[in-house]
Design a protein around this ligand. Structure first.
Ligand code: PMP
Length: 284
């Protein structure tokens, strides 16, 4: 499969196996860069303006000049999608501060490295959506700029591995007693028929599905509130859900082995999943 995959690296489209980055790339040396993951349904990019805007914000937050115009980014994403036969894909965009002698301070006059690839998007199966997933709770030990979609993902990698070691698909992290997010997803709870999510500040990544959740809730006639959420509220919730570009929206069946609500995906999940599919069908 990989040999058929065409990727973009610094202005060139080439087979994945041939794409090479010098070892002094600051992405490799320092994890000095940012990324995006964009879902593509039926050959069309979903919420591209939102992902592009977050890409620009991430670049700005770490002081990398955006190497491409909005039109150039759009064309690059579309070229990559068109090169592959998969109906549903996800595009990965990755920009580092470039290649320079190893020194922590920013190098001058160095062009950023731009890498992009598209892969088949395999959505969670109906069986998984009907059963719900296992998650574990973890202290959030990451840094305080989680709003930046940084490629320095060690904290997230360790959190996901802790979940995998416990036989779970995701984790819910807590900082100072309050819920933050998963290792690569945002978390939502339901209490008394209302949906609650964490406030998107520096402690979490504002998922593109955070804005989308607002629209889904309106479509489904549900109230949504973003506010600090206590660990106790999560553990006592009627329903808990995770969202991300590749998971869409998934119900949590168990937290640390204990059932959430009835232990089965609930009515609010069903309503939001249906609203998500309607948003996809509208292609907006
Ligand atoms: N938080 C983290 C840490 C993530 O990695 C992701 C996935 N990119 C999300 C939240 C969800 O963001 P999105 O809805 O844009 O996929």
């Amino acid at each position: 499969m990989s040999s058929e995959q065409i990727v973009y690296l610094n202005g060139e489209l080439l087979p994945l196996d041939e794409a090479k980055v010098p070892v002094l790339d600051r992405g490799f040396i320092f994890g000095d860069g940012i990324y995006e993951v964009v879902p593509v349904y039926g050959g069309r990019v979903f919420r591209w303006p939102h992902h592009h805007a977050r890409l620009e914000r991430s670049l700005k937050k770490i002081g990398i000049d955006n190497p491409m115009t909005a039109d150039e980014w759009t064309r690059l994403v579309q070229d990559l999608i068109a090169r592959h036969p998969w109906t549903d894909q996800f595009v990965y965009l990755h920009i580092t501060r470039g290649v320079a002698k190893r020194d922590h301070a920013f190098p001058k006059g160095v062009a950023p490295t731009v890498f992009a690839m598209s892969s088949p998007l395999t959505l969670p199966t109906q069986a998984v959506r009907e059963a719900g997933i296992d998650v574990i709770t973890l202290p959030d030990v990451r840094w305080l700029h989680c709003d930046i979609k940084s490629i320095s993902l060690l904290g997230n990698v360790l959190a996901r591995q802790a979940a995998a070691d416990a036989g779970a698909l995701e984790c819910i992290q807590f900082r100072d007693g309050f819920m933050t997010e998963g290792s690569s997803s945002n978390i939502w709870i339901v209490r008394g028929g209302q949906v609650f999510g964490a406030v998107p500040d520096n402690r979490i990544l504002e998922g593109i599905r955070v804005g989308l959740m607002d629209e889904l809730c309106r479509d489904a006639g549900l109230a949504l509130t973003l506010r600090p959420i206590l660990r106790e509220e999560v553990l006592a919730a009627d329903e808990v859900m995770v969202t991300s570009a590749t998971k869409e929206i998934l119900p949590v069946a168990r937290i640390d082995g204990k059932p959430v609500g009835t232990g089965r995906p609930g009515p609010v999940y069903a309503a939001l999943y249906a609203a998500y599919q309607r948003a996809k069908a509208r292609h907006d």
